[in-house]
Write a protein that binds this ligand. Structure first.
Ligand SMILES: Cc1ncc(C[n+]2csc(CCOP(=O)(O)OP(=O)(O)O)c2C)c(N)n1
Length: 220
């Protein structure tokens, strides 16, 4: 089966889905009166592509062992993910209307124990890549080669040493390919860091170093 939610054959218009994510994010942040809407806005296309086209997931079976995983390392984008999970059928969309209210499982940051479809409880920046690497290694140990694990990182949080340690560990274990995405806070320290160094892209077919995992550049 090609990518996308398991059993779903509908071809989604990803631009329209990204617009949906942005609109719903504004709506939910208005309900909560707080939230990181710019952080979702810079990731809306990524989220739309992953959930509606790429990831192998089962809405009726959130804990399907062979599903792909998405670790929201920048957990404050959960507000943009909840509408997608509801839209795909992971839970009742009516829950969105009382987002962050007492007793509602949908909080400012995702809680994997209470939100169907949430693969990790995040919020403290800097941990997601390590967690994603751990999931990828666990899938390898469990003999599930089709499982793909994605991690969404903020550019600022890439200044956390643990992110770089995870990237180097991924290279060591030959897991993963890093793809620099958009910067939510352009001009911030993370953006400068990205411009100067970034990640060396390895593992793309036809490029020098193809098949090797991504590793962070070493630079003075
Ligand atoms: C360890 C830690 N320090 C601080 C925060 C508070 N915080 C929440 S969002 C944010 C900015 C994140 O910026 P970036 O990583 O660039 O992500 P984006 O701009 O894409 O949201 C900060 C500092 C946090 N959640 N965790």
């Amino acid at each position: 089966m090609a990518g996308g939610p398991a059993g779903v054959t509908h071809q989604y218009d990803l631009r329209e889905r990204a617009a949906f994510i942005r609109a719903e994010t504004v709506r939910l942040i208005d309900i909560a009166k707080t939230g990181h809407y710019t952080s979702v806005f810079s990731a809306a296309e990524i989220l739309a592509a992953l959930y509606y086209r790429v990831m192998r997931i089962r809405c009726g079976e959130p804990d399907w062992p062979e599903r792909d995983r998405l670790v929201l390392s920048k957990g404050h984008v959960a507000v943009g993910v909840y509408p997608v999970l509801a839209d795909l059928g992971f839970f009742d969309p009516a829950l969105l209307d009382s987002y962050t209210r007492l007793g509602n499982p949908l909080g400012d940051h995702p809680d994997m124990r209470h939100v169907p479809g949430a693969d990790f409880s995040s919020g403290s920046l800097g941990h997601g890549l390590s967690v994603a690497l751990g999931m990828a290694l666990a899938a390898r140990v469990a003999g599930l080669p089709r499982v793909r694990v994605y991690a969404l990182l903020g550019d600022g949080e890439c200044n956390e040493g643990q992110i770089w340690e995870a990237a180097m560990a991924a290279a060591h274990h030959r897991r993963g390919a890093c793809r620099p995405g958009q910067a939510g806070h352009p001009g911030g320290r993370g953006a400068q860091h990205d411009r100067r160094a970034g990640y060396r892209r390895r593992g793309r077919p036809g490029r020098p170093g193809a098949g090797r995992p991504a590793v962070p550049d070493r630079h003075p």
